[in-house]
Design a protein. Structure first.
Length: 87
């Protein structure tokens, strides 16, 4: 048996494929890191430079994103139901 024969087993190849799929988005820089997060009740909000992504913890689903009129946000908070954005 060759010393590299274990590298061609389906189990080994599946593990490498899974690892590649998990690391590929981070290696390519496809997703911009979020700037700040805030939890309000069952909703978690993530601030990005040009949008606020919202996630519902109760239903475990993403809600409609809030698109900001300009890019370059650095901080946010919510007063009642309206976001206050700082640049």
């Amino acid at each position: 048996m060759r010393p590299t024969a274990h590298l061609l087993t389906p189990s080994f190849l599946r593990r490498w494929l899974l690892l590649l799929l998990l690391l590929l988005p981070t290696l390519s820089g496809a997703q911009t890191p979020w700037i700040q997060s805030q939890r309000v009740g069952n909703e978690v909000r993530f601030l990005y430079a040009n949008s606020i992504q919202r996630y519902n913890l109760a239903t475990r689903s993403w809600l409609t994103a809030i698109t900001l009129p300009r890019t370059g946000a650095t901080a946010f908070c919510f007063a009642f139901t309206r976001p206050i954005i700082s640049e």
